[in-house]
Design a protein around this ligand. Structure first.
Ligand SMILES: Nc1nc2c(ncn2[C@@H]2O[C@H](COP(=O)(O)OP(=O)(O)OP(=O)(O)O)[C@@H](O)[C@H]2O)c(=O)[nH]1
Length: 343
């Protein structure tokens, strides 16, 4: 279990919330989810680089302008592993539950108190001859009234805080999606792939669930870019991404590994079946006639991919699994491209 997970409990997240928000307001930093993530990390105290950079800025009296905040986000938040983002989700959810519990307790407590005091007040008003007592109790009732008022105010504050935490949570979720998505193709990115390959390894270890990996690389993509320009190149990448996504089952995982290279993880799939899937992908892309221009008359020429396939085995770690698929891809390239090679 990571140190972050060990620290993940309601006390820690509430404590951080209590420190982070006042500090941000002291430094005039808007409490957006991204900025909050930086300060959450800062008060969590495990990211020493972040702490050093922020402390240095505070010591030098530096102003946390929009630019400074955004640099901190870029430098540290976008580097936060999905693990940490996930843990912030869990903690935010715990804070919400805690707050909801408090809010409901205060609501019912206030309702009871109001009822009791109202009855008591009515009874007292019927008694004419106990002036002194009446005055004392009336004072008491007034005081209790102000307690009720305070409680109501507290309830309103808690409700408001709850709304803010809810919106924080939903923004954090968006942040997590962004951190795992490739902007150009909308596929998962390499970071998400690293997580998913880990899931496959664990399923294999625990339940002997088979797993196969395809590494798909567009052939001569440099030439394509050079001939048609980068913008068309980008569109072709988006097209290949969609073609891959549409050609596999919903449980299969497609990501852009980088540049013109894609990866597909097939759960519960042995080598023979993975080779069939890979061949179907290759053929689908090779058969498509790509055109451009308003009337789609201008042909872009052939577009093909090479695919390397590997299946997870007992002695694999994440790296060796990927390397075997990548070596198979290399063989597909060096033996002529537009083909599939297995390990
Ligand atoms: N348009 C565009 N091009 C990209 C992107 N990422 C990488 N590339 C280009 O992809 C090309 C990859 O070239 P190479 O690695 O030489 O590979 P290749 O031309 O596909 O040749 P083989 O893989 O050997 O068939 C380079 O020209 C990169 O600039 C991108 O996001 N958009």
């Amino acid at each position: 279990m990571s140190s972050v997970k060990q620290l993940s409990n309601i006390e820690v997240s509430t404590k951080i919330l209590r420190h982070a928000v006042p500090k941000m307001s002291e430094l005039d930093i808007p409490v957006t989810p991204e900025n909050y993530s930086v300060w959450y990390e800062y008060f969590l105290g495990v990211n020493l680089d972040l702490k050093r950079v922020v402390d240095h800025k505070i010591e030098n009296g530096e102003i946390f302008t929009e630019e400074v905040n955004s640099d901190l986000v870029k430098q540290f938040v976008l580097e936060i592993s999905p693990d940490v983002i996930e843990s912030v989700h869990v903690e935010t959810q715990l804070v919400i539950n805690n707050l909801l519990e408090k809010v409901s307790k205060i609501s019912s407590g206030t309702a009871n108190l109001t009822e009791t005091l109202t009855d008591f007040n009515q009874e007292l008003q019927k008694t004419n001859d106990a002036d002194m007592l009446y005055k004392l109790v009336d004072t008491l009732v007034n005081e209790m009234g102000s307690v009720i008022h305070d409680n109501k105010q507290m309830e309103a504050d808690l409700n408001h805080m709850n709304e803010e935490v809810c919106s924080l949570k939903s923004e954090m979720e968006n942040l997590s999606v962004v951190a795992q998505t490739d902007q150009l193709t909308s596929l998962f990115n390499r970071r998400a792939f690293e997580d998913q390959i880990q899931v496959h390894m664990e399923n294999y270890e625990q339940n002997q669930t088979a797993s196969s990996l395809l590494v798909v690389d567009i052939d001569h993509f440099k030439l394509f870019n050079d001939t048609h320009g980068h913008l068309v190149g980008d569109k072709v990448l988006a097209y290949v991404a969609l073609a891959l996504k549409k050609s596999v089952k919903g449980t299969d995982f497609v990501a852009r590994y980088g540049g013109e290279e894609f990866v597909v993880l097939l759960p519960d799939t042995h080598l023979d079946d993975a080779l069939i899937v890979a061949e179907a992908l290759r053929k689908k892309i090779a058969d498509k006639k790509l055109t451009t221009g308003k009337e789609k008359k201008h042909s872009l020429g052939p577009l093909t991919v090479s695919v390397g396939v590997a299946t997870l085995n007992n002695s694999d770690d994440r790296e060796s699994y990927f390397i075997r698929a990548d070596e198979a891809l290399y063989r597909a390239k060096s033996s002529g491209r537009n083909r599939v090679c297995g390990e």
